[in-house]
Write a protein that binds this ligand. Sequence first.
Ligand SMILES: [Zn+2]
Length: 314
Amino acid sequence: MTIPYTTGVHRLANDTYAYLQGTCATGYSNAGLVVSGDEALLVDTLYTLDQTRDMLGAIAASAPGSDICWVVNTHHDGDHWWGNQLVADAVIVSSTSAAQTMRKAGPETVVPYLSPETDPRLRAILEPFDFAGIKPTYPTVTFSGELELTVGKRTVRVLEVGPAHSVGDVIVHVPDERVVYAGDIQVFGSHGVVHSGPIANFIKACDTILGLDVDTVVPGHGPVGGKAEVVQVRDYLERVQAHATAAHQQGKTPIEAAREFDFAEFADLEYGERVILNIGAVYRELNGDGTPGPGAMLHDMVDLEETLKAKVTA
Ligand SMILES: [Zn+2]
């Protein structure tokens, strides 16, 4: 079964759904819904209140009568929890590390990127979004390791697999529906991002998903897929790890390493410039002193984007 990559609620199995926004551009994430009887669990809220309101409206129309009793935030990036205040009556769950990091990852963190002094190319990424009115609404239940929830009559497993994309990544496994919601541990159709690493743990998180008895994998961004797409993500991460390690050894800068990355093998993935963030993460691990900083990497990213565009049009 192929799920169209269009904005709206898509049914995955009997009682599980994905809410997709039809683009892998920054700030447009996926969410999930698991229903049993009149209870429901929502996987992630969205970047803005408008996005989250649209989603909740679509859910009310597609899965009528289901009361969202549970919310799981897969990690601390704003595009997965800044809409929490609209479902504040639910029990909100995340890993302990994600919940701690959320305290310093509210909407105030985007302000520097929207300032007139900021590189306009970076500013343009966030300008489409209206962050007004967001009141950070934090998880009320946190855990480390693994947590089992009962939604109606259905068992839902929440597994901590971070630090990988971020410090406290979790995935949500619905065994009887053979579905897993992977948060940003999986991004399909575009380059994913290693913010935190270690990259080896990210690869291990892919293996954890491959070890689950599931047919359907809902990524944090991009179209719904299955294990074949997870294998591609795993291959990509291994390739980045090997390439960045070799380039580091040869004394190359991250941007030099990124320009030499073999994009041909991953030609079906959009947003190639994001590879610099992943190369930067491997460099940070190897340097062990916090360099290169993620901010510098974002500037390299917009430079790389221009290089890649020039290549396409050349
Ligand atoms: Zn995300």
